[in-house]
Ligand binder design. Structure first.
Ligand code: 13P
Length: 212
């Protein structure tokens, strides 16, 4: 099985034309999934697409996107519980659990993000955050918050400890995310991760292509 490479563009790039240009350089590969801002989905052509978030139902929820909507557009993947959602938008484990349940109902492939902040106990954070896990979740992404967007990736030996703890608790693919780049991504595969969740480096096409 080829390692999964999932790109989380976050709220980038800042224009439709830049998104078009970026997509035009990404080859379709079965193990590569691009999660752009939803407003750019139509540019994805035939690459595998994922959403960076979604709400748990359709209806009077201004600004939200539902699992049914994603399903109807053949967006098969969805990231839930990203630390930026938890920290900037105050998403709780309870809310994330509802989202997980609703996305499973639509057979979306969920990438559930977990990870500790600096100084927090890894095992107790994993215990709390993995309470949102349900059978059928496609992958758990271990993303230590302090390693995200800082250029200070978690050493693969350290990340391996988290991998083992996660594998003890749940049965699904496990990815690493946090300052992954074209040089260090292989280290995470070597210690047993099933793939990587890439932020900043997925916007730099040269860097991203090294991984592909
Ligand atoms: P960076 O690769 O920019 O550190 O972001 C990681 C991330 O948050 C992916 O979801």
């Amino acid at each position: 099985m080829k390692p999964l490479i999932i790109a989380n563009w976050k709220s980038n790039p800042d224009s439709f034309s830049k998104a078009k240009e970026l997509f035009s350089q990404i080859p379709k590969k079965e193990n590569v999934i691009i999660c752009p801002p939803n407003i750019y989905f139509s540019l994805g052509g035939n690459v595998n697409l994922g959403s960076q978030n979604c709400f748990f139902q359709s209806g009077a929820f201004t600004g939200e996107i539902s699992p049914e909507m994603l399903k109807s557009l053949k967006i098969n993947y969805v990231i839930l519980g990203h630390s930026e959602r938890r920290n900037y938008f105050e998403e709780t484990n309870e809310l994330i659990s509802k989202k997980v349940k609703a996305c499973l109902k639509e057979n979306l492939k969920i990438i559930l993000c977990v990870g500790e902040k600096k100084g927090e106990s890894l095992s107790s954070v994993l215990k709390k955050q993995l309470s949102s896990f349900q059978k059928g979740v496609f992958a758990v992404a271990y993303e230590p918050v302090w390693a995200i967007g800082t250029g200070q990736a978690c050493k693969s030996e350290e990340a391996e400890k988290a991998l083992k703890l996660i594998k003890k608790k749940v049965n699904c693919k496990v990815l690493y995310g946090g300052s992954v780049n074209g040089s260090n991504f292989k280290d995470y595969l070597k210690v047993g991760f099933d793939g990587v969740l890439v932020g900043g480096a997925s916007l730099k096409i040269k860097e991203f292509k090294k991984m592909l």
